[in-house]
Ligand binder design. Structure first.
Ligand code: ATP
Ligand code: MG
Length: 400
């Protein structure tokens, strides 16, 4: 099918990891197609797909911005920017010469694939023919079939011939939307945005939940979480953020419970709320940025006691990474600079001197019995603020 006549280049996406999902292939391809379509909605593009590849026809001037967007879409493992021409020998030669003239090289190889069997020349004949043509047209180059500096691919298909020589690496993973909703506990620190990014990379749709304790935490801290959502939304369409007012619960914990158990109990309260929110929003898992051993509440004993308030799977994508490894991903996804802004988070405001490293479940239960946390949890859920954040989101003011 001929698509847009005056577009000379096309992004050629071949499905990588998707192709291992035999039964779900169409579903994966369609989800990827809708992601690509939605992310490129502001551009003049034409997108087609079949079982083997997706093609994005675009206008030359948009190449850099489109490439930037494509690089953040999960489910794309490699792609090429191919020049296209009619499948006639004359056009192929002309375009081939244009393509290679933009490059510096002294050795090359041509690999031809003839998908359109009505094209009169066989690949085995065509590669040396076009190689000979280049040798005649460009001085001081030679063919090297083993280690060429420039490997030119020519694919002759029914619609066009595609010529390219470089493969770009995409984000990998699965397209967002191939898994249902998960709730990300997003704190404004370094770890949880990375956890959200890794969850989306597995195809999970993410809503973020932020616990705040105004006036002990500031509106700047909330703004920071909104900025992080905006940055994460580059990898999906949009992120819904649910802001939970945690002040009253937290104040009561500090009023009634023993000092060294406050953090453990606070996290059990967060998990209880997350559990109820999963039911409320039909989410299938909780994601967070806990990393084994990083702080007192993240020892295996702590995690065990904290986790026991919910049966929803709690997935910790950065559980086994070093802080340095997490920071490297945070820099790559551009959340690091925001995460290190110095606004206090509700976990850091009330840190006891000696938090329990090996908390006991029976002590938690005894301490929690001292106040009516159930009604407070329900009130916090009733009072949640919901906002929808896309990569274009700008107006914090309406929330302040
Ligand atoms: P981060 O760097 O993500 O803040 P952290 O190392 O500071 O993590 P903790 O503060 O113990 O660790 O929190 C562990 C995880 O719990 C966070 O990664 C996040 O997923 C979740 N969490 C902590 N505080 C909040 C909050 N205020 N709102 C939402 N989630 C939170
Ligand atoms: Mg934190």
């Amino acid at each position: 099918m001929r698509v847009v006549r005056d577009m000379r280049k096309v992004i050629l996406i071949k499905y990588g990891e998707l192709s291992t999902k035999k039964g779900n292939r169409n579903y994966f391809i369609n989800t990827l197609f809708h992601q690509v379509k939605s992310k490129l909605k502001n551009y003049s593009v034409s997108i087609t797909r079949d079982r083997a590849k997706m093609l994005i026809f675009f206008e030359d001037k948009d190449l850099d911005s489109i490439k930037n967007i494509i690089d953040k879409i999960f489910g794309i493992h490699t792609y090429q920017i191919a020049s296209i021409c009619d499948s006639s020998l004359e056009d192929i030669k002309k375009t081939l010469l244009e393509v290679v003239s933009e490059e510096k090289f002294s050795t090359f190889k041509i690999e031809t694939k003839r998908s359109d069997k009505s094209f009169p020349i066989q690949s085995t004949e065509l590669s040396p023919m076009l190689g000979g043509f280049l040798l005649k047209s460009i001085p001081n180059i030679k063919v090297d079939v083993h280690h060429p500096e420039l490997l030119v691919h020519i694919e002759i298909r029914e619609d066009y011939t595609y010529i390219y020589h470089h493969s770009y690496t995409g984000s990998g993973g699965y397209p967002v939307g191939t898994q249902p909703l998960g709730l990300l506990m997003l704190s404004g620190g370094i770890d949880s945005p990375v956890a959200g990014y890794l969850a989306m990379k597995r195809g999970v749709v993410i809503d973020a939940v932020y616990f705040e304790a105004i006036p002990h935490t500031s509106l700047e801290a909330r703004e920071k979480v909104i900025t992080l959502c905006r940055k994460l939304s580059n990898y999906t369409d949009k992120i819904r953020l649910h802001i939970v007012n945690f002040t009253f619960i937290q104040e009561n914990i500090y009023k009634y419970c023993r000092d060294d158990y406050c953090i453990t109990i606070m996290r059990r309260m967060m998990y209880r709320i997350m559990d109820l929110l999963c039911k409320k929003y039909s989410a299938y898992a909780i994601f967070n940025g806990e990393s084994v051993g990083q702080v007192a509440s993240q020892t295996l004993t702590s995690m065990n006691v904290i986790n026991s308030v919910t049966n929803v799977p709690v997935i910790r994508p950065v559980a086994c990474l070093d802080k340095l490894e997490i920071m490297e991903i945070a820099r790559k996804i551009d959340t690091y600079e925001t995460s290190i802004l110095p606004y206090e988070d509700c976990c850091t405001v009330f840190v006891p001197k000696h938090p329990a490293i090996n908390p006991k479940l029976d002590i938690c239960l005894k301490e929690e019995d001292k106040f009516d946390y159930q009604s407070m949890i329900h009130k916090a859920i009733d009072d949640i603020i919901d906002i929808e954040i896309t990569s274009e989101y700008t107006s914090f003011e309406e929330l302040l």
